[in-house]
Design a protein around this ligand. Structure first.
Ligand code: F6R
Length: 249
C-alpha cells in the first residue's frame, strides 16, 4: 500500500483525474470502477476538462459504479445515477450510455439486481482502475464495518453514522435511504489497480486505522492491504496527523 501526501484537494483531485485520463488514453476499452460522494466531485470536474481538451474517445470505455441507494429511481435528484450524469457523463459526448453501469436502486427485485450487476462486472471487468472514497467508519462502497471480506455485490444496510453523513444531501434525515446495492469487498478487490482518495480531518481516524490497525472486518477498508496495487492519496491535513504512525510497508 502506497501512501502519498498530495497536500490539498486540488492537487489530489488533479492527480486522480490524470491517472484516469492516462488509463483511458492508453487503453480505449478500459473498464473504470467509479465512486460518488463529495470527495469525487473535483476529480470528475478535472477529469471532464482533461478528457475534452485531449479529445479522448470514450465510446469503448465501460464504467461500473460502486453503489446506488435502494428505492431511488435513476432520475431521483439524490440518486447516484443523477450524480454521475451531473458531475461526469454529461460533460463529454462520447460516453456511451450502454457502457455505463450503475445498479438500479428501484429494481423490483433488488437482490436479483445485485446478482445481475455482479455477473456483469465479472463478464466485462475487472476494472483497470477502481477509485474509492472512504467513510469515516472505514467503509468502502457501502460496505459497513463487519461486512464479510468474502462479500460480493448485494443489498446492504447503511449504518446510522453513514445515514447521518449522507443526510446533508437530503431535505431531512428521514429521507435518506436505509439500504443500498453495493459492490462487495471481494468485487472491489478484483480491480487491477485501486486509488483511494481521502481528504479532510474527518477522514484522518479512518486512514490512521487503515495504516496502523490489524486487517479486520471491523474496518472494511483494511482489506485493501491485501491488494498488490493500491495507492492511498491523502491531503496534508490527514498526513500531518498520521506521520508519526508506523506506516505499513
Ligand atoms: C460512494 C461510496 C462511499 C463514499 C464514502 C465517502 O460511491 O461508495 O464509500 O466514497 O462514503 O463519501 P464522501 O466522499 O462524501 O466523504
Amino acid at each position: 500500500m502506497n501512501l502519498i501526501n498530495l497536500k490539498n484537494q486540488t492537487i489530489a483531485s488533479q492527480y486522480v483525474a490524470t491517472e484516469l485520463l492516462k488509463q483511458v488514453k492508453s487503453k480505449p476499452n478500459t473498464v473504470l470502477g467509479l465512486a460518488t460522494g463529495n470527495t469525487m466531485i473535483d476529480v470528475y470536474k478535472c477529469l471532464s476538462e482533461l478528457l475534452n481538451i485531449n479529445q479522448i474517445d470514450l465510446s469503448r470505455v465501460a464504467t461500473f459504479n460502486l453503489d446506488e441507494y435502494v428505492g431511488l429511481a435513476p432520475n431521483h435528484k439524490q440518486s447516484y445515477h443523477v450524480y454521475m450524469n451531473e458531475h461526469l457523463f454529461k460533460h463529454n459526448d462520447s460516453w456511451q450510455k450502454d457502457n455505463i453501469h450503475l445498479p438500479m436502486g428501484n429494481a423490483k427485485d433488488v437482490v436479483h439486481e445485485s446478482k445481475v450487476y455482479e455477473q456483469l462486472l465479472c463478464d466485462i471487468g475487472p476494472a483497470d482502475i477502481q477509485i474509492l472514497g472512504i467513510g469515516e467508519n472505514g467503509h468502502i462502497g457501502f460496505n459497513e464495518p463487519y461486512t464479510s471480506f468474502d462479500s460480493v455485490t448485494s443489498v446492504v444496510d447503511l449504518t446510522p453514522s453513514t445515514i447521518k453523513a449522507n443526510s446533508k444531501h437530503f431535505e431531512k434525515i428521514e429521507d435518506v435511504p436505509k439500504q443500498a446495492i453495493s459492490l462487495g469487498l471481494t468485487s472491489i478487490m478484483r480491480a487491477k489497480r485501486i486509488i483511494l482518495l481521502a481528504l479532510g480531518r474527518h477522514k484522518r481516524d479512518a486512514i490512521k486505522q487503515l495504516l496502523k490497525d490489524d486487517i479486520s472486518e471491523s474496518l472494511p477498508a483494511s482489506i485493501l492491504r491485501q491488494h498488490a496495487n493500491v495507492e492511498v492519496i491523502v491531503d496534508d491535513e490527514i498526513f500531518q496527523t498520521i506521520k508519526s504512525t508506523k506506516l505499513i510497508p
